[in-house]
Design a protein around this ligand. Structure first.
Ligand code: 1GP
Length: 266
């Protein structure tokens, strides 16, 4: 296979959104690794790509709230050369759109009240997205307070939902599904002190039936397990794997453990 070829036709020809939906239906627990293109040259990233060759990563997310260098293409190329894992853009701005990925989480920041991130930037990006051939995944992005001020909150000029206001998060998630968003991303912010709380994930999981992505501040297999068990379908880990790529193995093992436990519960 051409290693630089796009991989949108994964899982017997299904597209990326179908793969997320199927994972939710079948109780499969998926893992995405968030790569900050600015760090794509570092030694730990190369180690992570070596480990990725052996599997265990369902998607790479590429992007960030603030990028300092124009390294997205290089980063995507490095991932493609190492493995055939699908690559989704996770853009902090329309400047990060590139057709060399497989798809894009088209984020609507529905926890905030910044019209630019609810519709403004999407209008500007629409013709580029249409021409890009990227698979578009309409995503309700919900920022929840993770105990520390995040770049995402600052750059987006929005306030996160207070962590204990579960009902606000649930109503936001519900509104997102009613607006037709296909996926929800519960985000505590990169490097959050506290990941999204178990009870918040549980409450959202009970309220909606679309794939739930959870990320921000997940540093251990135990925290990933808690999130998966609470109802997350896809966990996103960035910072912890940047520092300690070997954590990937533990995360993979825990994902299979949670799936097995779920299956035995019927
Ligand atoms: C941030 O959810 C992602 O957008 C990942 O966060 O870097 O804290 O793992 P971490």
């Amino acid at each position: 296979m051409n290693k630089l070829a796009k991989t949108t036709s994964l899982n017997d020809g299904q597209n990326l959104l179908s793969s997320l939906q199927e994972a939710r239906q079948l109780g499969r627990k998926q893992l995405a690794v968030l790569v900050d293109p600015d760090k794509a040259k570092l030694g730990q990233f190369k180690r992570l790509l070596k480990l990725a060759e052996r599997g265990g990563i369902d998607y790479f997310l590429v992007g960030g709230s603030l990028l300092l260098n124009d390294q997205t293409e290089r980063c995507i190329r490095a991932i493609r050369e190492a493995c055939s894992t699908p690559i989704l853009l996770f853009p902090g701005s329309p400047l990060q759109i590139t057709s060399s990925a497989d798809g894009i989480l088209l984020l609507s920041l529905i926890s905030g009240r910044n019209p630019e991130l609810l519709i403004g930037q999407h209008v500007q990006a629409a013709p580029y997205l249409r021409a890009s051939g990227l698979e578009i995944i309409p995503t309700g992005y919900i920022l929840i307070d993770g105990g520390v001020a995040t770049t995402t909150a600052y750059i987006s000029n929005t306030q996160p939902i207070p962590a204990e206001k579960t009902e606000v998060t649930v109503c936001t998630a519900l509104a997102g599904t009613m607006l037709g968003l296909q996926v929800l991303y519960l985000e505590a912010g990169s490097g959050a002190l506290h990941p999204v709380a178990e009870k918040t994930i549980q409450a959202v999981n009970e309220a909606v039936d679309i794939p739930i992505i959870v990320g921000g501040g997940i540093r251990s297999a135990q925290q990933a397990q808690t999130a998966w068990e609470a109802g997350a379908d896809l966990i996103v880990v960035g910072t912890a794997l940047e520092k300690e790529p070997q954590l990937l193995q533990d995360l993979s093992l825990v994902a299979r453990k949670v799936e097995t436990a779920l299956q035995s519960q019927g």
